[in-house]
Ligand binder design. Structure first.
Ligand SMILES: Cc1ncc(C[n+]2csc(CCOP(=O)(O)OP(=O)(O)O)c2C)c(N)n1
Length: 285
């Protein structure tokens, strides 16, 4: 158990902007290995992941199963490429494994699998189940007398799953003030815009009506993201907490940001190098 339980950001000189950039770069490199991957999601959620792992979460890179860790659940198994990138950045996964992404016998399969990957808390590919699992984990930690937080990262598509709202009710009923639900609102799902498929608006009113402390911020504005994490963790009430992050798919690579179909963005062979070069131009100190 590390003596210093402060989040790693308190111990590091690397800026959050640079962490987010590193996460984007690693995700692109993994995408290039396979020639495909959920790149749009990884680029869009990189700022939230940087703030999670380098501002909010307590964990021990040398011991991913440390009992004193905050739990970070990836409900959206297809976002695994994004989580691998931040797990490497955090020193939980070795960077050399980047080149094995999606290959047979790799610890980094395309869809997240808890039994394969250190730091992957759940197997979340069947959408709509992460929040229910997070409710159970949060209840379990409370019963053990733990003060650790449980974070559940989910997508806007999962707001169309009834199981999400059952879990939301349970979280409020059991007063799970140690539960923080992070919603990546990129307004995209497999068949188009989420708001056009099945709108979940007005979202803040819904979470509030379900008994949650709710916030909505620009998920690509690092200062706003950090402030939202702080407000969620420090909220004095006994409700669970939700943060809706409005994000832009493919953020950081403008020629991909404007692609019409971003759920599974098609990147041609020669475009990976171009994407990395464009990203390089925006490299923060
Ligand atoms: C229960 C369930 N239904 C369908 C799928 C197939 N599926 C995989 S990703 C995806 C898109 C879901 O929308 P969202 O997560 O918002 O997509 P993104 O932001 O990644 O485009 C779907 C339908 C699934 N994994 N699980």
């Amino acid at each position: 158990m590390p003596e210093d339980q402060r989040p790693p950001s308190a111990l590091s000189n690397v800026s959050l902007a640079r962490r987010a950039w590193n996460i984007r770069r690693k995700a692109l490199l993994m995408g290039e290995v396979q020639g495909q991957g959920y790149i749009g999601q990884a680029l869009g959620i990189a700022d939230v992941l940087a703030a999670s792992y380098f501002h909010a979460l307590r964990y021990d890179p040398a011991d991913p199963e440390w009992e004193g860790r905050d739990r970070f659940l990836l409900s959206i198994g297809h976002y695994a490429i994004a989580l691998y990138a931040v797990l490497m950045e955090a020193g939980i996964l070795p960077e050399e494994e980047l080149e094995t992404y999606g290959m047979d016998d790799s610890r980094m399969p395309m869809s997240g699998m808890a039994s394969y990957t250190p730091g992957m808390e759940i197997t979340g590919g069947s959408l709509g189940h992460g929040l229910g699992i997070a409710v159970g984990v949060a209840m379990g930690l409370k019963r053990k007398g733990s003060d650790r937080f449980v974070y559940n990262l989910m997508s806007d598509g999962e707001l169309g799953e009834g199981s999400t709202w059952e879990a939301a009710m349970a979280g409020a009923h059991h007063k799970l003030d140690n539960l923080i639900c992070l919603i990546d609102f990129n307004d995209q799902q497999a068949d188009g815009k989420s708001t056009q498929m099945l709108s979940a608006e007005p979202l803040l009113d819904k979470w509030t009506a379900f008994g949650w402390h709710a916030q909505r911020v620009d998920g690509n504005d690092l200062d706003a993201v950090v402030a939202a994490f702080d407000a969620a963790r420090n909220h004095p009430g006994d409700q669970p907490r939700a943060i809706v992050f409005d994000t832009l798919m493919c953020k950081g690579v403008p020629f991909l940001e404007t692609r019409e179909i971003t759920h599974f963005v098609r990147v041609e062979k020669d475009e990976w190098a171009k994407a990395l070069a464009v990203l390089e131009e925006g490299k923060p100190a």
